[in-house]
Write a protein that binds this ligand. Structure first.
Ligand code: NDP
Ligand code: GDR
Length: 369
């Protein structure tokens, strides 16, 4: 039985990947951070009783900023494969916490690699590094491939640039089987609630249910290549099953703007947005409201709030994953419309439940930022 270790197992990708690897018969170990409130919502369904003799899913307390802890976990697990998904992964937050982001995302990757080397596992353990399209930042060519030059635009992107190169360096220096998956944005109903897609579907669902009034966003013209996380974790696994370690771009090859995402998500709810500008609202400019047929008096749907603008923005990303198609036999299965629909309906179910709870006199959270 193969043994895998996943850092960031409590995150979006960690949850999908743990599910995938368990389905493939792996023994799966995950690193979770100690938190004062529960942080295992996404993987609770995978939990197994410690007394179960057939147990294949284990969690270990750990942190990418703690080298000795990583060494101890890796020594104990002796993994065949490590998926380094743990990171402070929010681009805008990285401008607020640049040092922590560098510590977890850049040095955290180095700590993992050093642990493999110190423990003499370079010939046994294969290593996946969660690299990102944010490396391209100020894009030099479109679409972006494995050879497009990098120009990161945030402390997150810069930290991930170090992580990318240190993985390459350990491959070249020590013969470690290390791969960078340069993944473009991928989303799902498990996406963190402050990333733009989930923020949109969650807020629209709550507006639809009368729980909130307005969705405040930043740059509506940013363009991204959005895929489904379920498809992308399969590529992560495939990268570690090849004869030689290589780096791969993983993307859909289709691009949409934030504005288009909002329009498509609203359409799922039967709301047609009118983007002609609807005056000034307290925190920003109202840029979209439902057309007359669906509009309730005074209802605002989308407003721009400058607090969500970033000090430096990545305006456009579009990936070309021809190499992954040719060498891994991988291509994205979920279309943009299917992705938006799945996320919208998942959040609608949640909002309906919240509306029901509210109707009983309890208050649920308003939009998360
Ligand atoms: P999430 O933000 O959903 O998950 C991040 C995970 O990392 C969480 O489990 C989090 O734990 C954990 N984590 C954060 N800080 C630390 C730390 N100091 N030590 C250990 N674990 C930590 O990210 P995704 O699942 O979306 O992304 C997975 C990886 O892929 C990340 O590295 C991200 O940067 C990268 N990536 C993501 C893309 C995307 O579009 N989703 C695209 C390209 C790359 P906790 O639950 O406690 O917060
Ligand atoms: P990104 O994802 O920065 O691409 O990083 P995010 O969803 O945060 O932003 C995408 C684009 O939308 C614009 N935007 C907003 N973003 C947020 N979060 N909130 C808003 O209100 C808002 N309004 C407009 C942003 O400016 C940006 O242009 C994600 C993360 O998962 C990274 O970890 C990963 O590496 C990259 O994707 C690929």
């Amino acid at each position: 039985m193969k043994r895998a270790l996943i850092s960031g197992v409590t995150g979006q990708d960690g949850a999908y990947l743990a599910e995938l690897l368990l389905a493939k018969g792996y023994e799966v170990h995950g690193i979770k951070r100690r938190a004062s409130s529960f942080n295992t919502d996404r993987i609770d369904h995978l939990y197994q009783d410690p007394h179960d003799p057939d147990r294949r899913f284990y969690l270990h307390y750990g942190d990418l900023t703690d080298a000795t802890n990583l060494i101890r976990i890796i020594q104990h697990v002796q993994p065949d494969e490590i998926y380094n998904l743990g990171a402070q992964s929010h681009v805008q937050v990285s401008f607020e916490t640049p040092e922590y982001t560098a510590n977890a995302d850049a040095l955290g990757t180095l700590r993992m690699l050093e642990a493999i080397r110190i423990l003499g596992l370079t010939d046994k353990t294969r290593f996946y590094q969660a690299s990102t399209s944010e490396l391209y930042g100020l894009v030099k060519e479109s679409p972006q491939t494995e050879t497009t030059p990098f120009h990161p635009r945030s402390p997150y992107g810069v930290a991930k640039l170090y992580a990318y190169w240190i993985a390459v360096n350990y491959r070249e220096s020590y013969g470690l089987y290390a791969c960078n998956g340069i993944l473009f944005n991928h989303e799902s109903p498990l996406r963190g609630e402050t990333f733009v897609t989930r923020k949109i579907t969650r807020a629209l669902a709550r507006i639809h249910q009368g729980l909130d009034k307005c969705l405040y966003l930043g740059n509506l013209d940013a363009k991204r290549d959005w895929g489904h996380a379920r498809d992308y974790v399969e590529a992560q696994w495939l990268m570690l099953q090849q004869p030689e370690p290589e780096d791969f771009v993983i993307a859909t090859g289709v691009q949409h703007s934030v504005r288009e995402f909002v329009t498509r998500a609203a359409a799922e709810l039967g709301i047609r947005l009118d983007w002609q500008g609807h005056g000034v609202e307290e925190r920003g400019i109202v840029v979209a409201a439902p057309d007359e047929s669906a509009m309730r008096p005074g209802q605002c749907v989308v407003a721009v709030d400058p607090r969500y603008f970033r000090p430096a923005e990545v305006d456009t990303l579009l990936g070309d994953s021809s190499k992954a198609r040719a060498k891994l036999g991988w291509s994205a299965r979920t279309s943009f419309d299917e992705l938006v629909s799945e996320m919208m309906h998942s959040d609608l179910t949640e909002a309906r439940r919240d509306a029901y709870v509210n109707s009983g006199g309890f208050r649920t959270l308003r939009n998360r930022e």
